[in-house]
Design a binder for this molecule. Structure first.
Ligand SMILES: Cc1cc2nc3c(=O)[nH]c(=O)nc-3n(C[C@H](O)[C@H](O)[C@H](O)COP(=O)(O)OP(=O)(O)OC[C@H]3O[C@@H](n4cnc5c(N)ncnc54)[C@H](O)[C@@H]3O)c2cc1C
Length: 565
């Protein structure tokens, strides 16, 4: 039994290949595959705006971001966040996968060990001549081409904005290597990102498209949508040496409470809002559970801790080039473009992929400046581990181990702190009405390897009360330093090399933000979640405050695993 979905549907699909296994998936949202906000590439953002498809969690006021409450988007549909996400489908730096193996002393978590699974997860369509002419590249060795169903379709779109090419040239001018493939495990480069799309139809390929639609008639693979899981039920304690899940309680589309039993030898795989469900089931930090009115079953204090999320910010420049802003500025043009997509899959709405540049420390700091920052962070390893671990001494060791490894990787230029991407449009918080009615190019700078760690917990036993979410953004000063440097790099990218030829002045942050301090102060008022939250069911040894082992089994529970970010 599983819920849910990006990860969960993948596992459900693979398990149900064995006809002797009965697999049930419970998903709180609907099947939204037939909505044009989901399948039309250029309508990214429209799906997120549908409240029925987005959990839109809110954070507690963020101490380091002027006390602001931020929104964290997360898909609520069969296919999870892949139904509303931006479809960018590159991979991380090899050393990042290796870090899992090092922290867990398990070599099955490394780039080499995982690459066969990455290949098995996709049907990659190489770029055609038009896409190659627009910068798309690929390396055959790192992709999967097997056309069997049960894989995410990955490829490139039918429309490219001209400034993406100018921007890549500018990035190269500033020292970024040209990427032969952003999925090859060496993404410190600039290139065109592949996307999780079906290039034959120019449509989104969500996890539902990859792992469910073609398998809906598998007799042992059942999916219930609009089914919100409340808690896991346990066998009477004392009869088993380990605590055993006996069933799951959920609320169906008619608002009725239902129970489904786990068959003998069966497992529950949690892949959805996991900390909340575990805490409602009595698994977590006992004192947090008791204050919320839940009877503790297993004291596992790191559940919901170790929360990390990317945040982003931007520099937008006025431009004379053609951008996506035209869709908002001219509704007739927007209608024509949408018609073009439906007629022959061309035009603005057939575009999705973005050019990305992944920056290393050497792109943004000089060596002595960066060594100084690293030394400061090393001196304060204990302090930040204690601060970020919420009074949990084992997790403090786990966070310290993560930080030590991250700092070592920074020293060798193998931890990549920033994703830089060019959006051919306005991007930011200022509403359409409040900004000049012009076209913009925006460079978005996203903090990729944050050292800050926060938490999420229940505050009530009522399953309909949203969880408390505190990502503790920007708690670690190195996060702040990288983010400020990202804005300076974005400015440089907009104003040098070929990009300078289409630059007509800066809108935000605005040229009055001159010093690092000005930029930092502006950022504290605008930084927003990039909605890539991870880490709250940490895969770490128990001595480092872990929640799951390297087979994703929850410590202390007999038949419950976790499969999600
Ligand atoms: C707006 C946005 C843009 C993004 N862009 C990109 C991108 O371009 N490239 C990229 O690689 N990543 C992107 N991501 C991140 C990526 O989509 C996620 O990391 C990934 O989908 C997470 O997979 P998951 O299985 O862990 O969780 P999810 O995909 O979030 O799936 C969790 C599922 O569980 C369901 N659920 C939650 N609670 C319950 C409950 N109580 N009962 C039943 N079901 C429940 C949810 O409805 C959801 O369907 C983006 C994310 C968002 C939100």
């Amino acid at each position: 039994m599983l819920w849910h979905i990006t990860a969960g549907l993948t596992v459900a699909n693979r398990l149900s290949e064995d006809g002797d296994k009965q697999v049930l998936v419970l998903e709180a949202g609907p099947n939204a595959e037939n909505l044009q906000e989901v399948f039309v590439l250029g309508l990214i953002g429209a799906g997120q705006a549908l409240t029925t498809l987005n959990w839109a969690y809110t954070t507690v006021p963020q101490t380091h971001l002027n006390g602001r409450v931020l929104t964290i988007n997360a898909g609520k549909a069969l296919g999870g966040s892949t139904v509303i996400n931006s479809m960018i489908f590159p991979r991380a730096e090899k050393a990042q996968y290796g870090a899992w193996g090092i922290l867990n002393n398990d070599s099955s978590w490394s780039w080499n060990a995982l690459l066969p699974y990455f290949k098995k997860s996709e049907i990659f369509t190489p770029p055609n001549k038009f896409q190659q002419a627009n910068g798309a590249r690929f390396e055959r060795d790192v992709h999967g081409f097997n056309e069997e169903q049960g894989r995410v379709k990955v490829g490139f779109p039918n429309f490219f904005f001209q400034q993406w090419s100018l921007w890549r040239q500018t990035a190269m001018h500033l020292g970024f290597p040209a990427s032969p493939d952003l999925g090859n495990g060496s993404p410190h480069a600039v290139g065109v990102a592949p996307a999780s799309i079906d290039p034959a139809n120019n449509t989104r390929c969500s996890a539902a498209c990859a792992y469910y639609t073609d398998f809906a008639d598998r007799p042992n693979f059942t999916v219930l949508t609009n089914a919100t899981v409340i808690r896991i039920l346990w066998t009477e304690q004392g009869r088993e040496s380990e605590i055993t899940a006996s069933g799951v309680e959920y609320i169906n589309a008619n608002n009725e409470t239902q129970v489904v039993n786990v068959s003998h030898g069966g497992e529950v795989i949690v892949s959805a809002g996991t900390p909340k469900i575990l805490e409602l089931s009595g698994v977590g930090n006992s004192s947090i559970l008791q204050s919320a009115g839940v009877k503790p079953i297993l004291d596992l204090p790191s559940v919901g801790e170790n929360f990390a999320d990317h945040v982003n910010s931007w520099v937008n420049a006025f431009t004379n080039s053609i951008t996506n802003d035209l869709l908002l500025l001219d509704p007739t043009f927007a209608e024509q473009q949408l018609n073009l997509w439906f007629e022959n899959r061309t035009g603005f709405y057939s575009s999705v992929s973005r050019s990305l540049g992944i920056a290393a420390p050497s792109d943004i700091f000089n060596k002595s400046e960066f060594n100084g920052l690293l030394e400061e962070s090393e001196e304060k390893l204990n302090y930040f581990a204690a601060l970020l671990s919420n009074g949990n001494p084992l997790l403090a060791r786990g966070i310290q181990a993560q930080h030590r490894l991250a700092l070592d990787l920074y020293r060798s230029n193998n931890n990549l702190p920033l994703e830089m991407s060019l959006r051919p449009s306005f991007f930011g918080k200022t509403s359409f009405e409040d900004r000049p009615a012009r076209t913009y190019n925006t460079i978005v700078s996203a903090l990729y390897a944050p050292l800050s760690r926060g938490r999420t917990h229940i505050s009530s036993s009522d399953p309909f009360v949203p969880p408390m979410v505190d990502p503790a953004y920007w708690t670690h000063p190195l996060d702040v330093a990288f983010h400020v440097a990202g804005i300076k790099l974005a400015r440089k990218m907009l104003t040098t090399g070929p990009m300078a030829s289409i630059y007509e002045g800066e809108f935000e942050p605005g040229l009055d933000k001159v010093t690092d301090e000005d930029i930092e102060n502006w950022l504290r008022g605008v930084v927003q979640s990039y909605t890539h939250e991870v880490g709250t069911m940490a895969m770490l040894p128990q001595g480092l405050g872990g929640v799951v082992d390297t087979k994703l089994r929850i410590y202390g529970l007999k038949n419950v695993r976790v499969a999600e970010n």
